[in-house]
Design a protein around this ligand. Structure first.
Ligand SMILES: Cc1cc2nc3c(=O)[nH]c(=O)nc-3n(C[C@H](O)[C@H](O)[C@H](O)COP(=O)(O)O)c2cc1C
Length: 467
């Protein structure tokens, strides 16, 4: 039986099936042996340079006897197909569905119970873990979803955290995004305990997407958000860590704990900022058991500024910021978080401005949704926020620097942002109002009507010009 027969719709296999059947040009299989050192990453970056973002299946990385799939989340087209929507609707549909929390379904059987490795048999070095950049301190598991429960409330969370291979059963982990997992570990440590946790490898891109949500009530499980994205209860099964539940359709489960009061060097690692990251919370995960499918495949997210690492951050942030803004400012039209700002640090807001002061209100609300968003540009709705040339034109022609730019010093910033203070990670946030003034005349924008454009195209076509 192949990897793809009888694939559960909610699994990575189900996604790969969909791609192979509906978008065969977006699936690339590399059969020959490649090395674990750098090669999978450089191959995907070469494809990106050529404007291509296929899912890439490597049959053999470093002779480990297990295939490795990568670049699973690098294409808006494929992510839109997962939600069955048009590409331009991704952020809004994500925002709507991620608020339809659906209770999970717990099932008894999970294929990752095929093989169970314990004691001396636990050996993470046998997995085909790519070593992605020359700066990286070691091979890194980059598609490991860590699940743990809040030691106080029992509510669980799931999210990607980079995992540095340190030995057969030891991984370095950095919880620098300082969201739930960081807080759960801090609470456990306060109680003098390690945090029981499980790492899930090989999940559907909608799990990837749902795990990146950050603005939701504390009693909600991320698995319920992921269920909302699937439009049906997410199927989970108990693994062997206390009563932790993990996705039933996954490929590999690594059970263990994040140690209390242990810090060890972790990194450097080639991060989404486009820089080698030396900053880390320096935590340690110790593995006690590995479960996997008989024909398990490994999954790796291409690191650095690869689309695989950043595109979902762009989409989920666009949805989250839009969600926060719409509650107070109904005339906000859309939000763009550009890839070139690491899918994190800048947001552009399209506003149908009714009154002065609204852009400042929108900028402040967006800046305070989370620590990563540090620059916000607000433009009128005649500007195409997905075309940065148009955004720069609005800044160049509508901003009066002394009035329209404001700073908020001393804000909590991202640890991995190289411009944040090396001691306490604070930085100055900035809002730019690039909208026209209301209530008085402003320069008239030059436009060429759709009708004129159609006529121009006709004439050019007759002249043999193909556009
Ligand atoms: C591929 C990938 C790798 C990530 N690595 C880390 C990481 O090493 N540490 C971290 O704190 N956040 C990392 N993040 C961001 C978190 O996954 C994200 O903030 C998530 O919402 C955290 O979940 P939590 O609330 O359960 O902590 C990564 C995100 C992606 C997409």
């Amino acid at each position: 039986m192949s990897h793809f027969d009888n694939a559960d719709r909610q699994s990575l296999r189900g996604f790969l099936n969909m791609v192979r059947n509906r978008f065969p040009d977006e699936y690339l299989q590399i059969s020959g042996r490649i090395e674990t050192l750098y090669q999978s990453t450089s191959i995907v970056f070469e494809l990106e340079r050529a404007g291509r973002s296929p899912v890439v299946m490597f049959d053999d990385i470093g002779g480990k006897g297990m295939p490795c799939v990568t670049n699973v989340a690098a294409s808006r087209k494929l992510l839109a197909a997962c939600l069955d929507v048009a590409e331009q609707d991704l952020p809004t549909v994500f925002r709507d569905r991620s608020q339809r929390y659906l209770p999970c379904e717990t099932v008894d059987e999970a294929p990752w119970n095929d093989i169970v490795l314990e004691g001396d048999d636990v050996d993470l070095t046998r997995l085909p873990i790519p070593h992605q950049f020359t700066v990286d301190a070691a091979p890194y598991i980059t598609a490991g979803q860590i699940t743990a429960r809040d030691p106080k409330t029992g509510v669980d969370t799931t999210g990607f955290h980079r995992l540095m291979l340190k030995g057969k059963n030891r991984l370095g982990v950095s919880l620098h995004s300082r969201r739930r997992m960081h807080e759960f570990h801090r609470r456990a440590e306060e109680m003098g305990q390690s945090l029981p946790a499980a790492i899930t490898i090989g999940v559907h891109p909608l799990h990837y997407m749902g795990s990146m949500t950050y603005a939701y009530p504390p009693h909600v499980r991320k698995f319920e958000i992921i269920g909302g994205l699937f439009g049906e209860p997410y199927r989970l099964a108990r693994c062997g860590v206390q009563d932790l539940e993990v996705p039933a359709g996954a490929e590999i489960i690594i059970e263990g704990e994040i140690l209390a009061d242990v810090r060890e060097p972790e990194g450097p690692f080639g991060e989404f900022t486009g820089y080698a990251s030396y900053r880390s919370t320096q935590n340690v995960f110790v593995a006690h058991r590995i479960r996997m499918r008989r024909d398990a495949m490994f999954h790796s997210v291409v690191a650095g500024m690869a689309k695989d690492h950043i595109l979902i951050s762009c989409i989920t942030r666009e949805g989250e910021i839009l969600n926060a803004l719409k509650r107070n400012i109904p005339n906000v039209k859309a939000v763009h978080v550009p890839h070139s700002t690491c899918g994190a640090f800048m947001a552009v807001i399209s506003l149908k401005k009714i009154a002065e002061g609204e852009p400042q209100m929108a900028a402040m609300a967006a800046l305070s949704t989370e620590l990563y968003t540090k620059y916000v540009i607000v433009v009128d709705d005649d500007v195409d926020i997905f075309d940065m040339n148009d955004v720069f034109w609005a800044i160049a022609t509508r901003v009066r620097a002394e009035k329209d730019i404001f700073f908020v010093p001393g804000c909590k910033g991202a640890i991995l942002d190289p411009s944040s203070d090396p001691e306490n990670f604070t930085l100055t946030k900035m809002g730019i109002d690039a909208t026209r003034p209301t209530g008085r005349d402003f320069a008239e924008r030059l436009v060429i009507s759709d009708e004129e454009r159609a006529k121009a195209r006709e004439i050019l076509e007759r002249a043999g010009v193909r556009l």
